[in-house]
Design a protein around this ligand. Sequence first.
Ligand code: AMP
Length: 412
Amino acid sequence: MRDILAPESARWRAFTQVFAEVVESAGYGLIIPPMMEDLGVFTRLGDATDVVTKEMYDFVDKGERHVALRPEQTASVCRAFAQHRPVTPWKAWYSGPNFRYEKPQRGRYRQFDQVGVEVLGVDDPYLDVEVIALGWEFYRRLGLQQVTLLLNSLGEPDDRARYVEALRQHFDAAGDDLSEQSRRTLDKNPLRVLDSKRREDQPIVAAAPTIDQFWSDAAAEHFATVQSGLRELDIAFTVDMKLVRGLDYYRRTTFEFQGGTLDSAQNALGGGGRYDGLVEDLGGPATPGVGFALGVDRTLLACDDEGVFDAPDPAVDAFVVDTTGGAQALAITAALRQAGLRADRAYENRSMKAQMKAANRSGAAYAVIVGTDEVDNGTVAVRPLRGDGEQVTIARDSLITDLHTRLQGSNQ
Ligand code: AMP
C-alpha cells in the first residue's frame, strides 16, 4: 500500500475527472459504494476465483459480522442494485480503492484504485459496444496510443459449462505433462489453465479446444453484433479465444485492454464483460449486466511509459512577499484567493532575500511584494518570476484586475 503525494496526487484527481467527463457524457451516474461489505457479497463471485479465495482482506468485526474490504466493485454495484431496485437501464460509474492480498510488484499493489462502469437491466449487444467504446475513448483522452483491445465470448452459461467440461477432459488427458501448478488450477477452474504462463503448458494450451465450438446460435449472434458494432466505430480489436479473465461471473462478451509498454504479467490495464447472473446471485431479480474496471495505478504507469498525461502544474499564480511583519500578506492572499487566483505566501517574517527565494521555489508566475513604502503609499510591487518582464509598482486596489489581465495575457 502506497502514499500518493502531490503533485502526483493531482494527476490522480485529474484522471478521475477525465473519466467522469467521458462516462457522464453517456448518461452514467456516480455510485459510491461502501469500502467494506458483508463477506457473502464477494464470495458470490465464485469459489474458483483467487480474488475471493486467497486475496481477500476479511475479518470478524466487533459485532461478530464477517466482513471484507472490497476486492473489486462490480459485486457491490450489483448488491446495491438488488437492494435499491433503481429504474433500468441503470448506468453507474465508480472510482476508488480496492484491496487484494497479492504479491506486490510494479503495477500490482495490495491497495489499488479502479475506475469503472456497470449497466444493469439491458441485454443488447450494442450496449456491450457502448461500454467498450467508453473505455477506448477514455484511453484516447489520456493520450495513450499503445492500447490494444482483446475480445472473446464465453458463450451462454450452458455453452460455458460444456466448454469447461471439454477443457477438463483435454487437460486431464495431458496428465503429468501439465505443470503441477496448472493441475491444481484444473481441479478448481479449467478455464484458468488457459492463462498459464508456464513453458511446459504451452503446447497443451495451444492444442486445447476453443470456445467458439461451443457457442449456441444466440451467443454467436450476440458476439457477431458486438464485433460489427466495434468495426462501425473504428475500434480495432483482436479476438482471443483464450481470454477468460480472472473473475468467474462473466458470460458472453469478455474483453481486456492491454498496455503495449508494460510487462506481460502486468499489462492488463483493464477489462470487463457481461455478467448476466450476478444480481440474481446477490438476491435480486434476474438482471443482465455489463461493465468494466480499469486499474488507475497501472494505467498511470502506461502514461509514464508513453510520456502522456502529465501531472497538472501545481504552481500558484502569485506569491506574496511581505517584509512588514506578515499581516499584509494575510490580507492580500485572502483577497486574491477570494478572487479565484491561486496565491501563497512566506511565513515567519523572514528576510526579503529568504522570502524571494521561497517565491521562486514556489513556481509562482508573479511575486507580489509589500514593504513599508508600499504600505505607506497604498501600493504593491508586482515582479514577474518567469521570463524577463520588469517589476512594476501599482495601486493596491488594482492588484486583482492587474493580475487577472497579466495571467490572461500569458495564457494566450
Ligand atoms: P480485475 O478487477 O481483476 O478484472 O482487474 C481490472 C484491472 O484492475 C486490471 O486490469 C488492473 O489494471 C487493475 N488491478 C487489478 N488488481 C490489481 C492490483 N493488485 N494492483 C494494481 N492494479 C490492479
